[in-house]
Design a protein around this ligand. Structure first.
Ligand SMILES: *Cc1c(COP(=O)(O)O)cnc(C)c1O
Length: 222
């Protein structure tokens, strides 16, 4: 685990790519091993698991919500979550804004774009995404900081398909940037790539990769 992590760091840091260590299902002890090497960004997909780990781990860990987020669970993470990658509809955005207001905290989010062909993956359809600010503008969400986009590619080994999907994500990012965030330096993150396809994601232009099994080994449960 440690060698793999250090190798990835050496490979990715000089390229300006941030590593999110996806620690879902893995023990606090394993998280601490990476923490001791300087890793601070960890991703979880279940709110309860993230809450439990946070209570026993150092408080300077930056916790990222990467899995589908139910609206009624936002309140549990709103006071401290570092970045929510999985904002996939306008109602969720509204709930996050309200919970941010309640704890007087601006919450950072990514808009999750559906780039995969499979219909099992969450995310805003591309047309839907680009229309999301037709009624309300980004500045109407006073307690949300829009930091970029996130995408999950298809589960496939077809390299050209993966490239196509990540290119779509990059394109959507630039469209948003141009139309709504041209003067907003915070809108800068393109979260794409997992253990199996991170190289393709980076070649395509993603600047944050979410790495689980390549660092921690196989998960016992999904
Ligand atoms: C689990 C998960 C990952 C990491 O997957 P690996 O293939 O283990 O690297 C990345 N992104 C999301 C949204 C996940 O749920």
């Amino acid at each position: 685990m440690i060698e793999e992590y250090l190798r990835l760091k050496t490979e990715l840091e000089p390229r300006g790519v941030n590593i999110l260590a996806v620690s879902k299902t893995h023990s606090p002890e394993k998280i601490m091993q990476l923490y001791n090497l300087g890793q601070r960004d960890f991703g979880e997909n279940r709110v309860q698991e993230m809450v439990e780990k946070r209570t026993i781990l150092p408080h300077d860990i930056r916790w990222h919500q990467i899995g589908h987020l139910q609206k009624n669970k936002v309140k549990y993470i709103a006071p401290w979550v570092s970045l929510i990658h999985s904002v996939d509809d306008l109602d969720l955005l509204t709930v996050i804004n309200r919970e941010g207001e309640k704890c007087n905290r601006v919450i950072s989010i990514l808009l999750q774009i559906k780039i995969a062909e499979e219909d099992t993956k969450y995310g805003l359809l591309i047309g839907e995404a680009l229309n999301i600010f037709q009624v309300k503008k980004p500045s109407d969400f006073k307690f949300i900081k829009f930091e970029g986009v996130m995408g999950m590619a298809s589960f496939t080994e077809d390299i050209s398909q993966l490239e196509g999907e990540y290119k779509t994500l990059i394109k959507v990012f630039h469209q948003f940037k141009r139309e709504y965030f041209a003067h907003d330096d915070d809108f800068r993150i393109i979260s794409g790539g997992m253990s199996g396809d991170y190289k393709i994601a980076i070649e395509s232009g993603c600047n944050m990769v979410r790495l689980g099994s390549i660092i921690f080994g196989q998960r016992n449960s999904p």
